[in-house]
Every structure is written in structure tokens, then in C-alpha cells.
Design a protein around this ligand. Structure first.
Ligand code: SF4
Ligand code: SF4
Length: 340
């Protein structure tokens, strides 16, 4: 009996020990679960931080890539070109449309045509100098269809540049009034008509139909049939306090629209037409000899190409970093604010 009681006591003691031990283990297990939960929470937090760093890095890398592409684009632009891919042949100053902020200053111009003899001579000289190796010529002004000698200019241009794309770049206002002679000449001399689509009540479809009927190459500027013209603002610094190199570096004109008029070539449309601005507003933005090249003096095509790829003194007047794009098109009010 005593032995039984002793065994019972022993069992009770063991039960009590077991119960204590179970309680302790439960507590430890609960602590461990809570610890694990904390660790999981921290892992989630760290993962979120890593994700946010990653997406920040991605944005940063994207931004850097965009900046790099811009720098590459600018570097390419100011690199000396292997040949002239394009030049503007300016045949008159004035225009029948007068767009706000026109970067040829046409709304400020009096009627003035470049003389036919000068145009012929410049075409022949440019042909000699470049050996005819020019990708494309844009005949413009002002509005080129206003020039009374355009039918004589086009054959001369084709003779001087047999392989080049020759375009008449027009606002289209007078296109449907052109004579059969004009269309015949365009066809015969493989001239392309390029029309900028201004938001005016013009029959652009009819222009295309007419050109097609005459089998004359035709396109809307920007090679699109739908885009409507907007304006850009290219403000000037009348004091001329800009860094010419920086202005040139940021200038979209560079190597995209060299401009030929009356024996000279310029890197852009702004410098050669600045006298129109000066006359209208009484300013004195000064054009120097280093701002253009005399095409009758230069003997080597490479000299001309190098000239077009280096900053000019006149660039100090251009606030190229402040240029803005995509403004709704309007007619000019001949207000100085359109250009400064
Ligand atoms: S159509 Fe407009 S942008 Fe073109 S030359 Fe005339 S005024 Fe200037
Ligand atoms: S003057 Fe220089 S910066 Fe100004 S438009 Fe001409 S090339 Fe560009």
C-alpha cells in the first residue's frame, strides 16, 4: 500500500513537472512565433525598401540614359558633316502669311526679292564648291511662290544639282493658283513641292490631288498628312550676353538648315535675317564677318563644312536654352515680344 502511495505521489510530481514544462514550452513557442512574425515583418519592410531603391535606381538610370542620348544627339549635330545633307536657298524676304515668331523674320520684311542673277550665280557656285554633293535643297523665303522668277530658278537649280532632292517649301496659299507652266517645270525638273499645313481654310486635299495629276512629287512638311503647324519661340538676347558656345551647342538650327543668300552661307535662318529685326525695332544686333562664309572665296568643301559646325559670334544673341515649342499657331502682330 505504501509502495502504491509513493508511486502515486511520484506520478503527481511528474505530472506537475510536465505541466510546468509544457507551460514554459508554450510560452517559449509563443515568443518564438512572435519573434518569427517580427522577422517576417522586417523582411517585408526590407523587401519594400529594396524595391523602392530599385525603382528609384531605374528612374535614375532612365533619366541618365535620356540625358546621355541628348548629349549624343548634340554631339552628332555639331560634328563636322561628311557633306551638306541640306541647305536653304533663300529667294525672297517677305511672306503672304506672317506667322508669329517666324524665325526668318518674314513678317517684318518689306517686299524684297533676291535677284535672279544672284540666285543663278549662287547655285552654280554652290555646285562647284560641293561638286553637286548635297542631299537636299529647300527653296524658300518668305513664301517662294511669290517670286516672279521661280519658273526660271527651278531649271537652274536642277542643272546645278542633278542628283539632289530639290524642294519648294511653301505655305500653300498660292499653290492652287499656279499655272500649267509651273507644274510642267516641276515635273520636268523633278521638283518636290512641300507644303506646311497651317490651320487655315485651305484645300490641302486638292493640293495633293493637283500635284498627283501633274505627276509632281508632293508632301506635307514633316512627311505627314495630318499634323497641323504649331509655333516655336526662339527668343533673342538683345544685349548679346549669352555664351556663344553654349547657345550653339543647344541650337537645333546647327547643321540642319544652313542658309544661302546673295553669295554667303550662314549656319541658320536667324543671323542672316537679323537686319529685318533691327530695322523694325531699332536694335543693333551685330552681324560680323565671322558669322558667315563668302561662298566665292572658300575653295574647299571641308572648310565650308567645318564652318557650319563651329560656334559663331552672333550666337551670343540667341537664348537657345529658353526656346519653347508647340504653341498654337497665330498670325504675327509684329510685336517685339514674339522674338525676345
Ligand atoms: S509661312 Fe510663316 S514661317 Fe513660313 S516664312 Fe511665312 S511667315 Fe515665316
Ligand atoms: S546664331 Fe548661332 S545659336 Fe543663333 S540660331 Fe544661329 S547658329 Fe543657332
Amino acid at each position: 500500500m505504501r509502495k502504491y502511495e509513493s508511486l502515486l505521489a511520484r506520478i503527481e510530481a511528474l505530472e506537475s513537472q510536465l505541466s510546468e514544462s509544457l507551460t514554459t514550452h508554450k510560452e517559449q513557442a509563443s515568443e518564438m512565433v512572435s519573434h518569427m512574425q517580427n522577422i517576417e515583418k522586417r523582411i517585408d519592410e526590407v523587401a519594400a525598401e529594396v524595391q523602392s531603391i530599385n525603382s528609384g535606381m531605374k528612374k535614375h538610370v532612365k533619366k541618365l540614359n535620356t540625358q546621355l542620348q541628348l548629349v549624343e544627339k548634340k554631339a552628332l549635330r555639331i560634328q563636322q558633316q561628311p557633306y551638306l545633307s541640306y541647305f536653304v536657298l533663300n529667294i525672297l524676304d517677305h511672306c503672304n502669311l506672317n506667322c508669329i515668331g517666324c524665325d526668318h523674320f518674314a513678317p517684318l520684311a518689306q517686299e524684297r526679292f533676291v535677284a535672279l542673277e544672284d540666285i543663278k550665280s549662287d547655285l552654280q557656285q554652290m555646285s562647284l564648291l560641293t561638286k553637286g554633293k548635297v542631299g537636299r535643297i529647300g527653296i524658300m523665303g518668305g513664301e517662294p511662290l511669290l517670286h516672279p522668277n521661280l519658273p526660271e530658278i527651278l531649271p537652274v537649280a536642277r542643272k546645278a544639282f542633278p542628283e539632289t532632292i530639290i524642294q519648294v517649301v511653301s505655305n500653300g496659299l498660292l499653290l492652287l493658283k499656279q499655272t500649267d507652266e509651273f507644274w510642267n517645270i516641276c515635273k520636268k525638273h523633278d521638283i518636290t513641292i512641300v507644303v506646311t499645313k497651317y490651320p487655315l481654310n485651305l484645300d490641302h486635299d486638292k493640293m495633293l490631288e493637283t500635284a498627283n495629276a501633274w505627276q509632281v512629287k508632293f508632301q506635307f512638311k514633316g512627311n505627314t498628312g495630318t499634323a497641323q503647324k504649331t509655333s516655336c519661340k526662339a527668343p533673342l538676347d538683345i544685349e548679346g550676353l549669352q555664351d556663344p558656345k553654349q547657345s550653339f551647342w543647344n541650337c537645333y538650327h546647327v547643321n540642319t538648315c544652313p542658309f544661302v543668300m546673295e553669295g554667303k552661307i550662314y549656319p541658320c535662318t536667324i543671323a542672316p535675317n537679323i537686319d529685318l529685326f533691327n530695322q523694325k525695332f531699332g536694335t543693333s544686333l551685330n552681324l560680323e564677318e565671322g558669322d558667315y562664309l563668302d561662298i566665292y572665296r572658300v575653295k574647299d568643301y571641308r572648310v565650308l563644312l567645318a564652318f557650319l559646325s563651329t560656334p559663331k559670334p552672333f550666337c551670343r544673341y540667341c537664348r537657345t536654352k529658353d526656346r519653347t515649342f508647340g504653341h498654337p499657331w497665330e498670325r504675327s502682330k509684329q510685336d517685339v515680344g514674339e522674338w525676345i
